[in-house]
Design a protein around this ligand. Structure first.
Ligand SMILES: Cc1cc2nc3c(=O)[nH]c(=O)nc-3n(C[C@H](O)[C@H](O)[C@H](O)COP(=O)(O)OP(=O)(O)OC[C@H]3O[C@@H](n4cnc5c(N)ncnc54)[C@H](O)[C@@H]3O)c2cc1C
Length: 376
């Protein structure tokens, strides 16, 4: 098996991570990357849960950590509450992080995958610089994956557009992320240090929404950098076709409530590497589903419900959570959001009011087709 030639498309964090895992197992791995260097352009807020660091199978590049996060401040209509959890996450420099993940790997730069063709028992990877033969291909080529075209020609993918500004602006608390709920989306302000914050939103019209938000909050600081990117959502029945596999954003392995993708992408990379190493290639999708399928199904529904909440119901839920912050501080899992839904429902003081909101949402969404809040 180790004679197998594996080509990974995309040198993002997930492609590089699976590359490192396979290389360490003795595989011949080649990565092709459309850009001329790893880590640019950045399209990420760079908020990484501590679990990413704790569970990685290779040393976490600590030099990429810029700040430590001890919780969050959630805002709605001028009111707010704090959730404290010591060292729950880190703010990282994504360019440095990605470059460290790719160190020592065999990467061919400036080469874009444009298609895949079967070739006997293997494949021909078509690129803008010619053809590459491979026994197996791993698509780690992000939100607009070309490899996904081969695996899932027909499954629809929904996208949210994101924009983020890095601004000279003192955060209200250097170790707290701020979330500003504004239906149907939310804005974030992530402190990089005592002078710089990352302010962003994922929405239909993120650039103008963000400009309005910055004006509304009275942020006056200079904009140092601007980033944009896409977050994909879909429900794929499988992540592979033959020996062509999808991992990370190309497989829409994204948390539907916070839009974080690094944690789930890394867990998927480990499952895929384990399956390849133990010659159980075709078990990758089912193993992933067994581990994360339920969590994703629940949080995808929760996301859909959030979009259909009325302003009044959102306020009621906000105040209910505000009165129960200790539960979140105790039970919440930065990477597993479904846990909280169950913990709240188990609470004896879940009022009739909250239960009636939840029932109304379930009913409305059960009888409705998917609400079209997506942008393409
Ligand atoms: C605004 C925004 C904020 C975000 N904030 C966070 C956050 O705070 N925390 C978090 O965990 N996640 C966040 N995410 C999601 C996170 O950025 C992604 O989940 C993560 O980057 C996925 O990694 P990946 O390696 O799968 O894909 P990518 O990082 O997109 O890497 C894909 C790589 O493939 C290359 N490529 C693409 N197409 C081709 C091709 N055809 N041929 C060759 N190479 C190709 C690209 O150049 C790139 O290098 C955010 C996303 C957005 C849009």
């Amino acid at each position: 098996m180790k004679e197998m030639s594996i080509v990974i498309v995309g040198a993002g964090p997930i492609g590089c991570y699976v590359g490192q895992l396979l290389t360490r197992q003795g595989y011949r791995v080649r990565i092709i990357e459309e850009h001329n260097e790893i880590g640019k352009p950045v399209h990420c807020a760079g908020l990484i849960g501590k679990k990413v660091l704790d569970e990685m199978r290779i040393p976490f590049p600590r030099e990429s950590v810029l700040n430590r996060i001890d919780g969050g401040i959630v805002h709605l209509n001028g009111d707010c509450f704090r959730l404290r959890r010591e060292e729950v996450a880190y703010v990282i420099d994504r360019e440095k992080f990605d470059k460290a993940m790719g160190a020592g790997l065999n990467v061919t730069y400036g080469t874009r995958c444009v298609g895949i063709e079967e070739n006997g028992r293997g494949y021909i990877l078509e690129t803008d610089r010619g053809e590459i033969k491979a026994d197996a291909i791993i698509g780690a080529d992000g939100a607009h994956s070309a490899v996904r075209e081969y695996v899932h020609q027909k499954t629809p993918v929904e996208y949210l557009k994101g924009v983020q500004f890095r601004m000279e602006q003192a955060p209200s608390d250097i170790n707290m992320v701020e979330i500003f709920l504004k239906k149907p989306y939310f804005f974030w302000s992530i402190p990089e240090n005592e002078k710089i914050v990352r302010v962003g939103v994922l929405s239909r019209n993120p650039y103008y929404d963000l400009l309005d938000f910055i004006k509304e909050r009275g942020f006056q600081g200079r904009v140092i950098e601007k980033f944009a990117g896409l977050v994909p959502f879909s429900h794929f029945s499988t992540f592979s076709k033959g020996n062509v596999f999808l991992v990370g954003d190309s497989a829409a392995q994204i948390k539907p409530l916070s839009y974080g993708g690094v944690y789930l992408g890394m867990r998927a990379a480990e499952l895929l590497a384990d399956c390849l190493c133990s010659e159980r290639h075709q078990e990758y999708s089912s193993l992933w589903k067994r581990r994360f399928g339920r969590e994703l199904a629940i949080t995808l529904k929760a996301r859909r419900y959030f979009h259909t909440l009325s302003e009044e119901d959102l306020e009621r839920i906000f105040f209910f959570v505000k009165d129960n912050t200790s539960l979140i501080e105790e039970k919440a899992d930065f990477e597993n959001h479904a846990v909280m839904v169950w913990e709240f429902l188990k609470r004896p003081n879940v009022s009739k009011e909250i239960l009636s909101i939840l029932l109304k949402l379930v009913k409305n969404n059960f009888f409705q087709n998917e609400v079209n809040y997506a942008t393409k």
